[in-house]
Design a binder for this molecule. Sequence first.
Ligand code: FAD
Ligand code: DLZ
Ligand code: SF4
Length: 512
Amino acid sequence: CPILVPILGDQLTRDLASLRGRTKDDTIILMMEVWDEATYVKHHKQKIALIFSAMRHFAEELRDAGWAVDYTKLTDDENAHSFTGEVARAAERHKPRAIHVVEAGEWRVQQSIEEWPDKFDCEVEIFSDDRFISSIAEFRDWAEGRKTLRMENFYQEMRKKTGLLMEDGKPIGGKWNYDKENREPPKKDMDAPERPKPEPDDITREVIDLVRDKFGDHFGDLDNFHWPVTREEAEDAADAFFAERLPDFGTYQDAMVHGQDDLFHSMLSTSINIGLLDPMELCKRAQLAYDDSTAPLNAVEGFIRQIIGWREYVRGFYWYHMPDLESANALNAQRGLPDFYWTGETDMRCMADCIRSTKENAHAHHIQRLMVLGNFALLAGINPREVQDWYLVVYADAYDWVELPNVAAMILYADGGKLATKPYAASGNYINKMSDYCKECAYSPSKKTGEGACPFNPLYWHFMDRHRDRLESNHRIGRIYSNWDRMDEEKRQDYLDSAEAFLNTLKPAGKS
Ligand code: FAD
Ligand code: DLZ
Ligand code: SF4
């Protein structure tokens, strides 16, 4: 009897713990396109096309290498349309002596995998996902007993563990973090080199047709599908990033330019998250660029921090706080998600551009997700569940384990400050400084209240005022209230009235 190895759509690497040490003659690999996964939220069309195409390419790669792959397509007649249902059918067919599976990225899926030992007649072994540098248990050990879970402390542990950018036990350059050198606004007429955009091959074109046919009512465009779907394409994308964009990645990490969707970002998250690229390998390549003097320290450290710092940290944070994180709403935000998050139809030029990119590319870069789209949702008091669902739907790199901590904890402060020391709240001034959005906007960032004022300005004070009880004692934000108190009563009322007037214009999605 063989061993059955189910491989999920975000586990597409031959270096998977469940495959390591297995022999080809007594292993059946199972891959499953299932309706449950494609519809638990109405994912952006490009995300479904990416996963299905990458899965089909990976199955081909495995077969070419001599592995036996049992692959269920979405349209197969007998498809049970759930992971558990498909594993049950495969167990009937192959009568395995054991099932070996790597733990799921998402809590929702892991719950069902944990039922398999009781459901199936054979042994079920669940492997830790060692594509991550820190295991779930390691993060828990680190977190247990700490008053605060700060990314920076965790990141330093990861630097020591990996030895990245370390010399004699100390950080290269003398500092752990060059964040202050990662905040330059865009230069005038800044133009980043274009990333390689792989053209869809026959497999991808077939999948795109399938997605058009079965998921036509999902959000997002398909015409612009250019994500890497094979290891080779993903490696080409990484090569281009290291050669052309890494040197400026650090300096312009927080910059935003209208119509320039990638800037100096790596655009590698979709490939890393599904297993086409190994995060540790990417970090080693970044360090090599520093060693060879082809990229400066602020760029290399910035990139490594995003991966072994933020990416690992949010994953540990997710497992440490699930399932409570999903329903957290510390600020009691109850407003419905405005319809323009889906249509992009708003006079706020920053929001419209970020939503356009989201729709066209299933992508927006970090600072757009955080300081434009996220900042607006925070200030306007949008219900976390609706914001979480939106982010999970619209991005091709979105999985609950990475989306949820970023949305609930980082942008919405819904966890009450376990992740962030203060809410990432900002007025129009920040967006104006870090982008070229404002100069052609219908609103003015320098106008504070009334007609034509940038909505972020009154919304900022409305947010601060309504959460005063909670935030005033926060030493990183509390002093804001002395500015507020110094304003005369009329000015303060102006801010609050302007914000209310704007909030009253918002139409929740699904309502006309
Ligand atoms: P780069 O800017 O080139 O960064 C390099 C890599 O660092 C990324 O590929 C990613 O793997 C990692 N990284 C950077 N920031 C983060 C972070 N905050 N959390 C985890 N990893 C990070 N990333 C996702 O992969 N999936 C998501 O669903 C997701 N949702 C987000 C939601 C919000 C509200 C915010 C603020 C951020 C979210 N991120 C998410 C993080 C980040 O925005 C994306 O990883 C990044 O934009 C992907 O583009 P890139 O590969 O060009 O990243
Ligand atoms: C996102 C996704 C989609 C759209 N479809 C599938 C699928 O049909 N089969 C599959 O194996 N994986 C899919 N995925 C990715 C899974 O949702 C992902 O593996 C889980 O989130 C892991 O917890
Ligand atoms: Fe956005 Fe305000 Fe600037 Fe317009 S003025 S682009 S709404 S920050």
